[in-house]
Write a protein that binds this ligand. Sequence first.
Ligand code: FMN
Length: 221
Amino acid sequence: MKGKLLIVFNSAHGYVKRYVDILGNALGCDAVPADKLRGDMLGGYDKILYIGSVRGGTLGGYKKIADYLDVIYKKFILCGVGLLPFRKERAERVKSVAVSVAYEKFVPAFYVQGGFDLDELSRTEKMSISMIVRQLKSASVIDEDGTYFLNAMNTPVDEVKQANIQPLIDYLDDKTVDPELYSPPEIIDPEEEKQFFEEMEKAASAPENKKRALKKKLKGK
Ligand SMILES: Cc1cc2nc3c(=O)[nH]c(=O)nc-3n(C[C@H](O)[C@H](O)[C@H](O)COP(=O)(O)O)c2cc1C
């Protein structure tokens, strides 16, 4: 791999950590748990990856790095690990819930399937999971994802393997990756970047209602 890579990670039960080890073996990198991260550790790297588990739609431990995004957004890569199998929409969702409007067009995001075992969870985690389960069961129709999630409550899942994270390994290794396998950045061109931030500036100085409308437009929603 060209350049230096830092991985910042959050792993409650070791699934994410196993992916960090796979990445480390494949690429060579430094790695730091999110709760040990300090701003001065981010200097001197060409790529900074945040990898953490998906928890009820949010990304565990992500807050620890979110504050530094205005400095590192051009070298930042995001990866969510969840119990559900890969789908491109999950990579897009990981990006849209974690990255602010100002930077999401610059950030590539990946999603990989990890693992889940109800018996490993803490009491608090079990309470959060039972809320998700209750919500799923109360829906009039339980879709494919819901069924997978509910089955995992009885049968542990462990899908941590190199093949699942190979697209991210290739991306970090500067190889071309099929855009169907992740959520690519939308802005790479410096001229487009300049234009984007000019529009953001305009949005910031516009009256409140205009600002909201512009942000929505920039987000493409
Ligand atoms: C409280 C809780 C909420 C979770 N929510 C989701 C979720 O919304 N979607 C998903 O795919 N997986 C969800 N998971 C599963 C984890 O993302 C998955 O088990 C991951 O591999 C955990 O990695 P880690 O133990 O290394 O942190 C949840 C797990 C817990 C404990």
